[in-house]
Each structure stands twice: as structure tokens, then as C-alpha cells.
Design a protein around this ligand. Structure first.
Ligand code: KG4
Ligand code: ZN
Length: 420
């Protein structure tokens, strides 16, 4: 099955073409193209994602990105002459669909009549969770394409996309991606599986009995893990998004042991003790599988305030502070995941979401699973596919398309708070 996928839930505009096979027993995916345009530069100066700016950018970029995604897969066949006649039949419905996206309508009417209907089996699009104005652009784009090309649509839950991203680490997919952890994925995944989903808006532990059967067994009661990275980074005056910035600074903390040691202590470790840079691990021992990260944020705020009162130049200690923030988040995420996996007898553990790009989280999770759950398989998405992209939406779309779980174009809508 060939699926064209669209993702516009937040600040990445993405279109992908995914070839899928294997059915629900052993789904496997080949990414034929996956074009992702990040809007980070635009939102950066506001310190976070501005929904109306995201909407504007998705509108401006979807047609050029679609063109690129199709060109790369050789699914783009120009018509000898622009066939406006065939579009005229749909002009009224397409105009109605794009009532709130006039700029996208204009580009759509210009481009779509110039190409043949691509050989795809379905269109998959993220319907939620996410920023509603942003989601609607992708949803309406999918509705318009499905109407004009007469293709079925699958509405995809973005979080299911992050789960299925762990099935994209195959040799053929990684050929075109920077080499990483290709391989073992052709094995059939064993259930029950436990997914730790960590993104900017979500922190969830999901029990998966089989593909398509998800139960949230724990989640954050306040801030998400990615949010904890982003908000604490902001306190340290690091740019948005904070996750990669904190990770980069924390790497500097780890570099020191090689260059400076005194009595078994590294310089950074001495700094840490002298300045009392220690943060709590919220809810690490609670009996449930829930998380809470807002207390961590407050603890960082107080710690920085105390340091300032003591006239400490915070900039000098950013690597030490970032390492502690990162480790506090990682400790809680790993402890809860391992305990849930043991108690629920998970045969597989999946990591997903933007925070799964964090190298330390990946490495420490790998080591802990190996040490404590040696018969459990750990599935990590390729680093490049942890943050939002349409390939994962196409993959999740397949799990529904094979069950003919389609939604009529006129019925498809965006749902900002959609849950798994
Ligand atoms: O999944 P995603 O791209 O978007 C949402 O659906 O929210 O996740 C974005 C989040 C941001 O909070 C970002 O700071 C975090 O993922 N992130 C990271 C890293 N890369 C991205 N957090 C920690 N370490 C990273 N390397
Ligand atoms: Zn996401």
C-alpha cells in the first residue's frame, strides 16, 4: 500500500510517501520520501510556538512540500497541458473546504490541475492532538486532495504516529537518513508492548496489547517532559526549543572528566557540590505510573534565585545545571517505564516523541533495559524521526487503512485534545 501522509499539528510542515506491507501482524514500512520543513526560526523570537503563525506557514508551504515529496518518489507526472476543466467539477467544494485558507486555495488551484493523479492508495493526515488552527490546515489539505483525486482518507492520532515511528528504523529507511541504529526491526514485535511517549505536549505510558489497541496507564499531571526542558531552558536564557539546547550544554558537563580531575572529582562535580546543584526527581517513587514535572521547574527557579542572591554568575555553570535538569527528567522517565514494564510483563518497550531524540535518554534507557529486563526488546525511532514528521503519520495511517478505517472528507475534522 502506498500512503501519502500530511502532518501540521505544531511547528513542522511535513508531507511523506510511505510504502507499507505486512498487515497488522508484522507491519513494515519503507519511507519513499519525507519532507519536513521546520518553522523553529519563525517561532524562536516569541519563545514558543504561535498558533496563528504556524497556520500561516503551513498554508504557504504545503504545496511546495507536496511537490517535493512526490517528485522524490517519481509519483509526480506533469500533465501535458494544465487540465483546469477536470478541476472545475470540484472547484466549488474545494473553495468551501479552504474557506479559511485562501492562500492555500490559490496555490492548490494553480498546481493540482498541472499534475496527473498520483498512484497512491490512501491519504493519511494528523487530526490531533495539536494546535487546532495548525491541524486544520493539514486536515483541509487532505480533504481537498481526497476530493479531487477520489482517494480515501485516514485520520491519524499524532501520538500513534510517535509510537509507530519506532518501526521505521529499518536498513532501507536509514540509507537515506544519517546512519544510526538500523536493523533488528524486521523482527515481529512482541506484545504486550509498553510505549513511553515524551514530546512537547505529552508524557504518557501506553500499554499496547496489539497494533491499534492502546491504553494510557500513566501520564503527566501538569507539564510534559519536553515542556520541562523548554521552560527550564528559558530560565537559563537558552533559545527555543530548549530540549536540544539543554542536551548540548549537558554534553559539555560530561566532557570535563577527561580534562580536569582532582581527588577523584571532576571540576564540574566539584562545582555541583559547592553550589548545591541538586534537583528533585518528582514522583519517582509514587505507586502509580503518572508523572509531574512542574515541581522540577519551580525547583530550578528557586535554585537559580539562590545562586543569584549569592552573586554566582549562572552562565559559568550552565553545563552543570543543564546536566542536572536532564538527568532528573531521565531518572524519572526510566524508573517509571522499567517498573511498569516489569509489573505489566511487557515484551517490548517503545520510545517515542521529540524528547526521544535525547542521546542520554536513549543510551541510559538501552543500558537499563539490558541490565534489568534482558528478555525485553527496546525499540527506538531513528533519531531523525523522533520529532514531528509525516512518515510516522503515514505508518500509523496504514494500521487503519488495512482495516478500511476511512473517514469521509466532509466528516473529517481537527481535534486539538484528541487522546489515544
Ligand atoms: O514530538 P515533538 O517534535 O512535538 C510535539 O509533538 O510536541 O516534540 C518536541 C519536544 C520539544 O519540547 C523539544 O524541546 C523536545 O521535544 N526535544 C528534546 C530534544 N529534541 C527535541 N528534548 C530533549 N533532548 C533533545 N535532544
Ligand atoms: Zn509530536
Amino acid at each position: 500500500m502506498i500512503i501519502l501522509a500530511i502532518e501540521t499539528s505544531c511547528d513542522e510542515t511535513s508531507v511523506a510517501v510511505v510504502k507499507a506491507e505486512g498487515g497488522l501482524k508484522n507491519p513494515s514500512f519503507e519511507i519513499l520520501s519525507n519532507i519536513v520543513l521546520s518553522q523553529i526560526k519563525i517561532h524562536k523570537k516569541w519563545g514558543g510556538v504561535v498558533p496563528m503563525l504556524a497556520k500561516r506557514e503551513h498554508q504557504a508551504n504545503l504545496i511546495p512540500i507536496l511537490k517535493k515529496a512526490l517528485t522524490k518518489t517519481e509519483l509526480l507526472k506533469p500533465k501535458p497541458t494544465s487540465d483546469v476543466g477536470s478541476l472545475n467539477r470540484h472547484r466549488k467544494s474545494v473553495s468551501a473546504i479552504f474557506e479559511r485558507e485562501p492562500e492555500l486555495l490559490e496555490q492548490f488551484l494553480k498546481f493540482i490541475p498541472t499534475i496527473e493523479i498520483p498512484k497512491i492508495d490512501a491519504i493519511a493526515v494528523t487530526v490531533g492532538p495539536g494546535l487546532e488552527p495548525a491541524l486544520w490546515v493539514g486536515v483541509n489539505f487532505a480533504r481537498a486532495l481526497a476530493t479531487v483525486w477520489n482517494k480515501p482518507i485516514v485520520g491519524v492520532n499524532h501520538m500513534e504516529g510517535h509510537i509507530v515511528a519506532s518501526r521505521l528504523a529499518t536498513k532501507s529507511n536509514l540509507k537515506s537518513l544519517p546512519a544510526g541504529e538500523a536493523g533488528k526491526i524486521s523482527k515481529i514485535m512482541k506484545f504486550p508492548a509498553l510505549a513511553l511517549l515524551v514530546s512537547g505536549g505529552h508524557t504518557e505510558l501506553v500499554l499496547i496489547k496489539k497494533w491499534g489497541d492502546y491504553k494510557i496507564i500513566g501520564q503527566t499531571r501538569d507539564d510534559a517532559a519536553g515542556e520541562a526542558f523548554d521552560k527550564t531552558a528559558r530560565m537559563l536564557e537558552l533559545p527555543y526549543p530548549g530540549g536540544p539546547q539543554i542536551a548540548k550544554q549537558a554534553e559539555n558537563f560530561k566532557k570535563y572528566p577527561l580534562t580536569f580531575r582532582m581527588g577523584g572529582w571532576t571540576r564540574r562535580e566539584m562545582e555541583r557540590e559547592a553550589l548545591n546543584i541538586h534537583l528533585p526527581r518528582p514522583m519517582i517513587d509514587s505507586k502509580d505510573y503518572d508523572f509531574s514535572f512542574s515541581g522540577l521547574k519551580t525547583a530550578v527557579l528557586y535554585m537559580l534565585r539562590d545562586m543569584k542572591e549569592r552573586h554566582v554568575n549562572i552562565g559559568d555553570f550552565t553545563p552543570t545545571i543543564c546536566n542536572e535538569i536532564q538527568q532528573a527528567i531521565i531518572d524519572v522517565l526510566i524508573a517509571k517505564t522499567i517498573r511498569a514494564a516489569k509489573e505489566l510483563d511487557a515484551k517490548s518497550i517503545i520510545l517515542g516523541g521529540g524528547v526521544a531524540a535525547n542521546k542520554e535518554l536513549r543510551a541510559q534507557m538501552k543500558k537499563t533495559v539490558k541490565d534489568e529486563l534482558s528478555s525485553t526488546a527496546l525499540y527506538l525511532p531513528p533519531s531523525k524521526l523522533t520529532t514531528d514528521n509525516a512518515a510516522m503519520i503515514g505508518a500509523a495511517g496504514y494500521l487503519h487503512a488495512i482495516k478500511k478505517d476511512f473517514t469521509k472528507a466532509e466528516k473529517l475534522s481537527a481535534k486539538g485534545n484528541l487522546s489515544l
